[in-house]
Design a protein around this ligand. Structure first.
Ligand code: ADE
Ligand code: ZN
Length: 338
């Protein structure tokens, strides 16, 4: 019988749903706070870790925005991104499509260039340093007005050759995709790829809006689309990818127990689901940890694991030629782990 954990570790994978600010480990948070003289309401690592106990998305977001206030300089964003890429390398993640929240930084007085330059310098170094390729996606914060998203899109203009897409994140319920229809149309006009968090806490209607109004290329989370059979069929027929985040879903009480996670159901329905870490520093694990814990909790088979690894590349924004190289590597690892 295949040792699933060994297979998971050996497989090349892509990560398609990762907020760089959510990879800020408690140790780094304390370090950056000290080097930048930022006052935090925590005195010890234990106090920080104790605060990482959430009962819903908003609980988490309150801590997440507070946490990112320690990020002040290009060097901070560079170091944050490099530490994440090092974890990816350890997990055999070969390609990343990462989010950042520019408004979380410009709102506190940083220039748009500070996070972008720091993040890109680490991502550019990753090919040589770790053999990892990337696409960078900037997210609009959905709790803010659409005009602010337009302003962010304008600030991004000088960097648009380096930013591959736009996303939509933050507090979902009460901020439906329809609120951002115009700015997504403007981003599409500029040739950017489009993704949006939908159906994490929000109802299936939000997934319909993300498809019909935002015209997204990929769905982030999508758990609640399973409540609507017509929507399942539509997402499946369109071959849309879901970037699912099991340990995040557990931490934010989207599921009460990992055993109740719909990952197996999604795969058995033929949906192109992927496994991702979302905000790993807050939710207890990077990519392999998400694979291992989910596989064990819901009983994923060798075939499911192989499908997930393939989906991570076929669901990416890599060209089909680039995807083919990774897919071939997956088949080689599969053959070596019968
Ligand atoms: N920002 C960071 N992580 C998020 C998540 N899981 N949902 C919505 N917004 C987020
Ligand atoms: Zn997310």
């Amino acid at each position: 019988m295949t040792d699933l954990n060994a297979l998971i570790a050996a497989l090349p994978k892509a990560e398609l749903h990762l907020h760089l600010e959510g990879s800020l480990e408690p140790e780094q948070l304390m370090l950056f706070a000290e080097r930048n003289g930022v006052d935090l309401p925590f005195n010890t690592l234990e106090e920080v870790k104790a605060a990482y106990n959430f009962s819903n998305l908003q609980d988490f977001l309150d801590i997440y925005y507070q946490g990112m206030s320690v990020l002040q300089t290009e060097a901070d964003f560079h170091d944050l991104t490099d530490a994440y890429l090092k974890r990816c390398h350890a997990d055999n993640v070969r390609h990343v499509e990462v989010f950042f929240d520019p408004q979380g930084h410009t709102e506190r007085g940083l220039s748009f260039a500070t996070p972008v330059n720091g993040i890109l310098s680490a991502l550019d170094a990753a090919a040589d340093k770790y053999g990892i390729t990337y696409k960078l996606i900037m997210c609009f914060l959905r709790h803010l007005p659409e005009e602010d998203a337009f302003e962010t899109l304008a600030q991004a203009e000088p960097f648009l050759d380096r930013i591959h897409g736009v996303g939509l994140d933050s507090s979902e319920v009460g901020h439906p995709p329809s609120k951002f229809e115009r700015v997504f149309a403007a981003a599409r006009e500029k040739g950017l790829k489009l993704v949006a968090h939908a159906g994490e806490e929000g109802p299936p209607e939000y997934v319909y809006e993300a498809l019909d109004l935002l015209k997204i290329d990929r769905i982030d989370h999508g758990n609640r689309l399973l409540e609507d059979d017509a929507l399942i069929a539509r997402v499946k027929d369109a071959g849309l990818t879901l970037t699912v985040c099991p340990l995040s879903n557990l931490s934010l009480c989207v599921v009460d127990d990992l055993k109740d996670h719909p990952m197996k159901r999604m795969l058995d329905l033929g949906l192109r689901a992927t496994i991702n870490s979302d905000d790993p520093a807050y939710f207890g694990g990077y990519v392999n940890q998400n694979f291992v814990e989910t596989a064990q909790a819901v009983g994923l088979t060798r075939d499911h694991i192989l499908t997930l690894a393939r989906n991570s590349f076929t669901g990416s924004f890599l060209s089909s030629e680039e995807q083919a190289v990774h897919l071939k590597n997956i088949e080689e690892v599969a053959a070596a782990n019968p």
